[in-house]
Design a protein around this ligand. Structure first.
Ligand code: UDP
Length: 253
């Protein structure tokens, strides 16, 4: 059997060369890490859930005209994506104070913010992904001013879409992180959403109980991570239809 060429391996995903130029296969692992990989575990089924959930969110974004790298899901753990030039910034959007914002500014977790806040972190594990401002981004050439404007606009559209979808199933979108990449179409470049959108990169709180349904369950040892992600997938109706009822070898839809 032909061996695939691995292009990149990160903490939670592997990228392989795709079947056509300009495509990649994105494989979702079960690994969970936190605090810059200081804490690591393997959570059975996490990769399958994140593959499905990222497909769900990216398909929805594509449908409303927010361009993403997602082309189609291949199987339980893999999806076909467009290859992009990743901009070395994590774009975080916050609706409610939590995590590093609460720590940095002394805000109580759960405090409403006056408006969505967009932040940029420079992607560098050795430096612990430091918060950076627009001056740094332009001066060091990580992105141009036009890119920055486009990134903020994209991030806010993703925020509106995700907030609305989650509200519909009784979940508050507290904050999330996205990554953005460049694609070239002739001489023109365009920015599109890349990487993944899943409970690994969002904070999701149940609207009634405040229960956390995201990676903080792992970061803060609050219970079973796969159960929390399964709850999100169930509410969104994206669980494989017959996954829980398999008694004999069966093709999972
Ligand atoms: N986030 C992420 N990857 C990172 C850092 C943050 O996906 O490397 C997400 C995180 O899940 C949360 C949001 O970005 O939804 C804001 O994270 P924060 O800055 O509060 O950092 P944390 O408290 O997670 O260290």
């Amino acid at each position: 059997m032909a061996r695939r060429t691995k292009v990149y391996e990160g903490k939670a995903k592997v990228l392989y060369e795709g079947p056509e130029p300009g495509t990649l296969v994105q494989y979702f692992k079960d690994d969970a890490t936190a605090n810059n990989a200081e804490k690591h575990d393997v959570i059975d089924g996490k990769g399958v859930l994140n593959n499905r959930l990222s497909e769900f969110f990216m398909t929805g974004l594509n449908a409303i005209g927010v361009p993403t790298h997602f082309i189609r899901r291949i199987n339980m753990r893999e999806q076909l994506i467009r290859a992009v030039e990743i901009i070395p910034l994590e774009v975080v959007v916050r609706n409610v104070a939590a995590g590093s914002l609460s720590t940095r500014l002394g805000l109580e977790e759960g405090a409403a913010l006056p408006r969505p806040i967009v932040e940029f972190y420079y992607k560098d594990d050795k430096l612990g992904d430091p918060l950076v401002c627009e001056e740094h981004i332009i001066a060091f050439g990580w992105a141009a001013q036009q890119d920055l404007d486009d990134m903020v606009a994209l991030a806010l559209r993703v925020n509106d879409f995700l907030s609305g979808v989650m509200l519909g199933v009784g979940i508050r979108l507290v904050d999330f992180k996205i990554e953005i990449g460049r694609v070239w179409e002739g001489d023109f470049q365009r920015l599109i959403i890349a990487d993944e959108i899943s409970p690994d990169s969002c904070r999701l709180w149940d609207m009634k109980t405040g229960q956390k349904l995201d990676k903080d369950v792992f970061r803060r040892d609050l219970g079973n991570l796969a159960d929390a992600y399964t709850e999100v997938a169930k509410r969104l109706g994206v669980m494989p239809r017959n996954a829980g009822r398999v008694t004999k070898p069966t093709l999972i839809n």
